[in-house]
Ligand binder design. Structure first.
Ligand code: ADP
Ligand code: ADP
Ligand code: MG
Length: 591
């Protein structure tokens, strides 16, 4: 029986660039045991979990931090669902999809969520942790007497039709050439495609070529393509990246509607959206890239609250030191401080779009949240502040050095994360840079990785670090939450805030994750208008006025649960109507 887990990150093991420290320093090898051997083809290390004594010397000696060795929690033994080869990532447990419900899966990046989808959709057969293929008979034997038995039997018999919305929509243009109509017609199995497309506002894009779409448009096309299939179970792997809040709520309603007589399974990191979309959820915990455990089913409210509290009660597992908490009452009105940037009103006119910006003051050390629908002029506004666009009327009248993280991050250079960051800042080797930027953004582990091989979340964290590494007065982040998990969103928020406060600078963050906006902003800039036609930016407002203005525009109110967490109200529910009448869309009334 295995009592130890030895996991080797294949992407980090570079036998051509090391001295085989894992082998040379292993005390077991020195006494003549074949504890560490090397793959004949790849020359990468193979660590025997049976022979390994768990001394941890190889873990410390490996120059690329490719090895993790842990004592396996007893209760997990024998619960392996899948293992990606010897010394590969191990998944324990599985969620149980239930008909007529939206089942959510919540957990950090690299914990096995997409693997779960691959297994439940039949893309890969679970190997029960053996690291090599096992047959259906064995799989069924393993799940005999459990709720998953019938599911796997149906998978084996090919009687489950599933449809999947993949995680990374950015990859679609690489595998499909043609226009939107051509893509969508291929999956229109229920004859509902046109209805879905118009509900999601992409019906005007049918003639557009796929490779010309924005991220938000691609996301909606991908969702439409998936739910248009005639399936028993739909897997939606992250729905919200690049969508604005308005679109996120529309997708939520559509998914809820869809789930009435089928099974829907969602992975999502926007907790306000997951909360209102899912009926039940499973949490995934463990060590990213090493092992992941899927919990049993939880109610969606309690599940999210447990996750935020940092402690999973039933499992008796602590997943974070500190809880994440929200202020139920709106924070004090801004107390001002030293004005740092004062900009004047201006206008930008394009052929089909007009932006009107009111002047404003930003204070030293301040974090401004920016909220507004897509195509309403947010980027145009920021480009004027950065001096990249000359306004058609007026002039912001500032000379501000801006460091800008765009919404879509390109990685077309084959250089490492370290090469990139050290080429931007001389601080790279300082203790400060390591402890305030690299460590909290979890970049230390990927310094040696090439930009072109990074995952979406890794690239996002690299881009945030790169933006903070440039010298500027104003730091702007366009949708930093995309592809980050909940922990990483909170860490990114902290890193930016500390940087801005310590250096008396300021930052603006455009984001559509309302919890993230809540946690990071001192005040809000609010965009109003008609997407693609005109936009108006007002503020900065204090949090209460800003939230009320913005949420009124998108006709959405939030209530508070017993823990003080904001939850989206159902449209026209009693609370929704009461709060609208009182004009309180987000914060709890004082008194
Ligand atoms: P999540 O969706 O939660 O981010 P994934 O299920 O994609 O996580 O991946 C979990 C872990 O499994 C990651 O560390 C990843 O490197 C590893 N992994 C994923 N797919 C494979 C594969 N085909 N072969 C080997 N390892 C894989
Ligand atoms: P957001 O950042 O809020 O998504 P943008 O500022 O990027 O919005 O765009 C607002 C509108 O202005 C969109 O309809 C867009 O098509 C249009 N637009 C942006 N840049 C240009 C340009 N250089 N020429 C013409 N129209 C533009
Ligand atoms: Mg995934």
């Amino acid at each position: 029986m295995r009592s130890r887990l030895a996991v080797l990150r294949q992407d980090k093991c570079h036998p051509d660039r090391c001295e085989k420290e894992c082998y040379r320093f292993c005390p077991m090898v020195r006494t003549g045991n074949e504890t560490v051997t090397f793959d004949e083809k790849s020359h990468k290390a193979i660590i025997s979990e049976v022979l390994c004594e768990g001394c941890g010397i190889c873990v410390k000696r490996c120059p690329f931090n490719a090895i993790t060795i842990i004592g396996l929690p007893e209760e997990l033994e024998g619960k392996e669902t899948n293992r990606y080869g010897p010394n590969g990532f191990v998944l324990y447990g599985l969620p149980i999809p239930r008909e007529g419900r939206v089942t959510g899966l919540l957990g950090p990046n690299g914990i096995g969520k997409s693997t779960v989808i691959k297994i439940l959709s039949g893309e890969i057969m679970p190997n029960l942790g053996r690291g090599e293929e096992v047959g259906w008979d064995e799989i069924l034997k393993r799940y005999a007497g459990s709720e998953l038995f019938d599911y796997f039997k149906a998978l084996r018999d090919g009687s489950i039709r599933s449809a999947t919305k993949p995680q990374y929509v950015d990859r679609i243009p690489k595998v499909f050439t043609g226009n939107v109509a051509e893509l969508l017609e291929r999956t229109d199995e229920k004859g509902m495609m046109k209805d879905y497309a118009s509900l999601l506002g992409i019906d005007k894009l049918f003639e557009h070529e796929i490779d010309t779409l924005s991220g938000g448009e691609l996301q909606r096309v991908a969702i439409t393509a998936c739910i248009s299939r005639d399936a028993d179970i739909y897997f939606l792997d992250e729905l919200t990246p690049y969508l604005d809040i308005y679109q996120r709520i529309k997708v939520t309603n559509l998914v809820q509607e869809l789930s009435k007589d089928v099974t829907v399974f969602v992975v999502e990191h926007d907790l306000a959206i997951l909360d209102s979309m899912a009926d039940v959820l499973h949490i995934a915990y463990g060590i990213p890239s090493v092992y992941g455990v899927i919990t049993s089913i939880k109610g969606v409210r309690t599940g999210i609250n447990e996750y935020l509290s940092g402690y999973l009660a039933k499992e008796n597992i602590r997943i974070r030191d500190k809880p994440i908490k929200f202020e139920a009452h709106h924070p004090r009105d801004d107390t001002g401080g030293n004005p740092f940037i004062i900009y004047n009103s201006f206008e930008v006119s394009y052929d089909h779009f007009k932006l009107n910006a009111q002047g404003g003051t930003i204070y030293e050390g301040e974090m401004l949240g920016i909220v507004g629908e897509n195509s309403i002029g947010k980027s145009t506004f920021l480009k004027v502040l950065a001096g990249k666009i000359t306004p058609s009327r007026g002039d912001p009248g500032i000379e501000t050095r801006i460091s800008y993280k765009p919404q879509y991050i390109k990685a077309d250079e084959d250089i490492t994360v370290q090469d990139l960051l050290s080429s931007i800042t001389q601080e790279f080797n300082s203790a400060y840079y390591r402890s305030e930027i690299l460590k909290p953004l979890q970049l230390e582990e990927i310094l040696d990785s090439s930009l072109i091989l990074l995952s979406g979340g890794e690239l996002q964290r690299t881009a945030i670090a790169a933006t903070l590494s440039r010298e500027a007065d104003l730091y702007i982040f366009d949708e930093p939450s995309a592809h980050l998990d909940v922990e990483q969103r909170m860490q990114a928020t902290k890193v930016i805030r500390k940087f801005v406060e310590n250096n008396n600078l300021c930052a603006m963050v455009v984001d559509h994750d309302i919890y993230m906006i809540d946690l990071l902003s001192d005040r809000l800039l609010v965009f109003d208008g008609k997407p693609g036609e005109w936009g108006r930016v007002e503020g900065p407002f204090n949090m209460r006025d800003g939230m009320n203005r913005f949420l009124k525009m998108i006709n959405t109110t939030f209530r508070r649960d017993e823990e003080g967490r904001p939850r989206i109200n159902k449209l026209n529910s009693k609370l929704d109507r009461e709060q609208k009448a009182a004009g309180e869309y987000y914060y709890v009334l004082e008194g």
